[in-house]
Every structure is written in C-alpha cells, then in structure tokens.
Design a protein around this ligand. Structure first.
Ligand SMILES: Cc1cc2nc3c(=O)[nH]c(=O)nc-3n(C[C@H](O)[C@H](O)[C@H](O)COP(=O)(O)OP(=O)(O)OC[C@H]3O[C@@H](n4cnc5c(N)ncnc54)[C@H](O)[C@@H]3O)c2cc1C
Length: 380
C-alpha cells in the first residue's frame, strides 16, 4: 500500500504517527480511566495543522484530500479511539458541511475557527426516539419574524460539551417529509436555551464526550440556516457518505493497533518452552488479523479516493464502514485472546480497542443499516 501513497500523504502520516506515539499513546489508557477529554491534545493537533485536513486552505484548512484525512484518522485510531472519534466528528460531520453548504460569511465566521482548531465542532442528528430512522425527528425550528426558534432534544452528540459550534437538524415544514428538514448552526456558549443535559458513561471511548443536549426556545437569526430551507436531509446523506469513510478509517486504525499489540506480544510470550507465535493456532490468528486489517484499509482508501474525485460513493463508503468496523471488532477480540489473562487487564491495550471497536458498528448508521444502504445501491 505504502508505495501507492504520494509523498505528501506519507509525510503527513509520519508526522501524525510520531505525534501519536510520543504524546497520545502514553496517556491513552489514563484518559479513558479518568473519562477526561484531552483538550491539550487537540491544541497540539491544531499546532500541527491537523484540525482541518480536508478543508480548503482558503478557510484555514490544510487543503488535503479525503485520502490524506483518512490516513490521519487511521493513525489516531491506532492509539486512541476516543481522540479519533472526537477528531472525525469534528472534521467530517461539523466542518465539511460548512464548507460544502455554507455561505462565504458562514465559512468565515464558523468554519475557519474549526479548521484552525480554535475549538471543536459537533453535529446533531440523532434524538432519543429517532436513531436509524433519523428523519423521523421531533426537533422543530419555527419562524418568528426574522428569527428561527428551535425546540427539541438531541441524543448521543459527540463533542457537544466541548464544542464551539454544533450543526443541528430540525423540522421546518412538518408535512413535507424529507424536504421539511433544515440545518442550523448553534453556538453552545452564546445561544440562550441551549443546554448539555447528560454526558454519557459508556463501555468505551470515554475520553470522547457523548452528550444529550436540550434546545428550549433557542432563537437564531436568519444567517444560522445552513444552505437552503428544506435541504437538511439531502445534506445529511452527503455528510454521512463522508462520515462513514471516517469511521472506516478509524476502524482500520483500531484494527491495526490491536494487531500490532498482539503480534509483538506473541513473539515475547513463551509457553511450553517456545514463543506462543510458534503455535499454529496463534500464528494463524495473527495472520487473519493482518488480512482483515489490510482488507479494511483497501476498501477505506478506495472509498476515500472515490469521494475525493467527487464521484458517487454511497455504496463504497457503506461497504468500507461495514467491513472495517467488523474487522476492528474481530481483530480486537482476537488480540485480547492472544494476550490471554493479561489481555483482559487494563494494563494492556487490546481490551480498550475491543470496547472502542464496538461503537464503530453502531455510530453513523449501524451495520444493519449499512446492509440496507448497500442493498438499495445494488438494486435489491
Ligand atoms: C458514542 C456515540 C457517538 C455518537 N455520535 C453521534 C453524533 O455525533 N451525532 C449524531 O447525530 N448521532 C451520534 N450517535 C448516534 C448514532 O448514530 C446512533 O446511535 C445510531 O445511528 C443508531 O441509532 P439508535 O441508537 O437510536 O439505535 P436504533 O435505531 O434504535 O437501533 C436499534 C437496533 O435496531 C436495528 N434496526 C433499526 N432499524 C432497522 C432496520 N430498518 N433494519 C434492521 N435493523 C434495524 C439497529 O441496527 C440496531 O441494532 C452516536 C452514538 C454513540 C453511541
């Protein structure tokens, strides 16, 4: 794979890998145990120009392509699922839609600080009663003179407690179905009526805040509508095409991290007078971990390249997400097994990869929903 990457991409990957190994890996378990969002890591990523990798330089981004962004997401996932998840939600869910659908003034006001890493962004689609069936939302935005008034609750919103802006989906025309949904830019610090009501404790990814938010008569001026009124669902589908590539990349990173830990351990650990990697059962497991990780990477890179060319990518991004998330969970589970009893302790990383990987089969459309999407794309 390496030989296929342009020099610039390899350089970015090396820079991020270096940073991950020196700054993130040493604290990766500690931030999980403490359920602490590591703001300092995101400041450092901003110093490295990594907070707006696929965003145009005109808006403060790095101007890289989707493949470069996928490489960064993979490197972060290789050491910390939490940091990777907050990073991809910030980039593909919160920043890219502002670049794709925002006015020049909105890009200057809201995208630039995200791309330059001044603060994190969030994206709020899911609600307590609508997840997979996301368009069946209850959050409303009603016109009142030249303002919009938002009311509703959003569930499981990554970064909401740390974000400087959140893109919120709301119904603007109740009887118009998919065409009655719009997107609004909410400022969690300045807009009255916005509240983070819960930061969830989870089975993994606890250094990435997952929040319930309430919007109670949040009044927004006209210029907080992103794109046209009624475009919110079309935007959502496009955003998820990109978002699923991010989750695929993050999953590939988790699989890679778990595989490396297991491989190293298997060469050092001796039982019955020989390293355990010399037992066929252990070697075959590690070979399969490698095979699954490489397959996930190939599908992810293919989807990223297709997205970058502006070609239809729904099938490829759903395939990559479905495969890579499954690979991450399976590889991480096998890594725990290769480490035996030590794999079950928090002194070793595989258990963390295992717990983090499970989310990848749920977020941005569950595996069951990816099957639906792919089936539809295949004309079934
Ligand atoms: C850590 C974390 C971070 C998240 N971050 C965000 C975020 O930043 N922004 C955001 O908007 N959302 C976010 N989410 C929400 C996430 O996208 C949803 O949880 C996910 O889409 C599933 O929705 P649900 O939880 O309501 O499950 P449900 O839709 O209730 O699904 C429950 C089960 O039913 C199955 N199911 C549902 N419908 C079908 C069907 N038609 N066919 C077959 N099976 C079906 C599902 O696959 C699943 O197994 C996050 C969630 C988590 C846990």
């Amino acid at each position: 794979m390496d030989t296929e990457l342009p020099d610039e991409h390899r350089m970015v990957r090396e820079t991020v890998r270096d940073f991950c190994e020196t700054e993130i890996e040493p604290i990766a378990q500690e931030i999980e145990d403490e359920h602490r969002f590591p703001a300092e890591i995101f400041d450092q990523l901003a110093d490295l120009d990594m907070m707006g990798v696929p965003v145009d330089e005109e808006y403060g981004g790095l101007g890289g392509d989707t493949l470069m962004y996928a490489l960064v997401a993979e490197e972060l996932g290789r050491v910390s699922g939490s940091i990777g998840l907050s990073y991809v939600a910030h980039t593909s869910l919160a920043s890219k839609p502002l670049e794709q659908f925002g006015t020049r003034a909105q890009q200057e006001r809201w995208l630039r600080p995200l791309a330059e890493g001044e603060h994190l962004g969030g994206w709020a689609l899911t609600e307590p009663d609508s997840g997979s069936d996301a368009s069946d939302m209850d959050t409303t935005a009603e016109r009142d003179g030249d303002e919009w008034v938002l009311n509703g609750t959003k569930q499981f919103i990554t970064n909401a407690s740390e974000a400087g802006s959140i893109l919120v989906k709301a119904v603007t025309e109740p009887d118009a179905g998919y065409d009655g949904i719009s997107t609004f830019i909410v400022d969690p610090h300045e807009d009255d009526g916005f509240e983070v009501t819960t930061v969830w404790d989870k089975m993994g990814l606890n250094a990435s805040p997952t929040c319930e938010i309430r919007l109670e008569n949040v009044r927004l001026p006209e210029d907080r509508l992103l794109g046209e009124e009624g475009e919110g669902w079309t935007q959502t589908k496009q955003t998820l095409d990109g978002g699923r590539i991010s989750i695929a990349a993050l999953s590939t990173g988790l699989a890679q991290g778990a595989y490396e830990h297991a491989k190293e351990y298997s060469k050092e650990r001796e039982q019955f007078g020989q390293p355990i990697c010399e037992f066929d059962a252990v070697r075959d497991k590690i070979v399969d971990m490698h095979r699954k990780t490489e397959r996930a990477r190939l599908l992810t890179h293919r989807a990223a390249r297709t997205y970058g060319k502006g070609e239809p990518v729904t099938r490829e991004s759903a395939l990559a997400k479905l495969d890579a998330s499954e690979a991450a969970r399976e590889v991480a589970e096998d890594a725990v097994q290769v480490l035996g009893g030590y794999g079950y302790t928090t002194d070793f990383a595989p258990q963390r990869f295992y717990r983090d990987a499970k989310l990848m089969e749920i977020g941005e459309g569950t595996s069951e929903i990816q099957h639906l999407v792919i089936g539809r794309e295949l004309g079934l």
